[in-house]
Design a protein around this ligand. Structure first.
Ligand SMILES: [Zn+2]
Ligand SMILES: [Zn+2]
Length: 223
């Protein structure tokens, strides 16, 4: 935490109202993702479907993905504050929202957080996915295991052809140990599903039979 943050009053990460890290009106206005959803990837759909346009035809290593809120502008500033400033106080309300929306209380053997890339973990020391997983582990009474690591600094993806990007993402994670059979993989934001799938694939290579992904927010495909 920067010295400045200690001197200034705590402000809401979304609207900057003084008081707490997330004020009650902003908490109440987070856009929930409600069914009907795609059974597999959790994208909102007009009616319940087993696969949708977003995930159909893709090889995804996880069985299902669910998120609590849509990744809109407010949620983006919330997640940015959580990441950049390490607002630990945001983990609890985020976990409350996740636990309320995602009625997972999954029949899982363990929770695993998607690890930050090494460079980020070193420079920031704040990791929303891990904080969220920690809060959820307590709520669901499921152990949190630090099973995954990122073996090398993630290569720059910009400008690479998509086949090469996919290959890089697939090699981004490694399991430190054998994985239990049923795992819930926790991350702060689900964007394309590529990261979640790569992490799930590392868990499955280590023995997981079923991986369910749970995130705080989910990017919505336009159109
Ligand atoms: Zn606010
Ligand atoms: Zn889908």
């Amino acid at each position: 935490m920067r010295l400045l943050d200690l001197l200034l009053p705590v402000r809401c990460a979304v609207c900057a109202a003084p008081g707490g890290e997330l004020c009650a009106p902003c908490l109440a206005s987070l856009p929930p993702l409600r069914p009907p959803l795609c059974e597999r990837c959790g994208a909102p759909s007009a009616w319940p479907v087993a696969r949708c346009r977003e995930c159909g035809g893709r090889r995804l290593a996880f069985a299902t993905a669910r998120a609590a809120v849509a990744y809109d502008a407010r949620v983006r500033s919330l997640v940015a504050a959580w990441k950049e400033r390490g607002l630990r106080g945001l983990a609890r309300p985020a976990a409350d929202v996740v636990a309320a929306c995602v009625r997972a209380r999954p029949g899982a053997d363990a929770l695993v957080a998607v690890p930050a890339d090494r460079e980020r973990a070193l420079t920031r020391g704040h990791h929303p996915a891990h904080q969220l997983a920690d809060e959820l582990a307590a709520r669901w009474d499921v152990p949190l295991l630090t099973l995954l690591e990122r073996p090398v600094a993630a290569p720059r993806q910009r400008g690479l052809p998509s086949s090469e990007r996919r290959r890089n993402v697939a090699r981004a994670f490694r399991a430190r140990d054998r994985s239990p059979a049923r795992v819930v993989l926790v991350d702060d934001v689900y964007t394309t599903g590529a990261t979640a799938s790569a992490a799930a694939s590392a868990l499955r290579a280590a023995g997981a039979r079923r991986v369910e992904v749970v995130t705080f927010a989910r990017a919505l495909r336009v159109g």
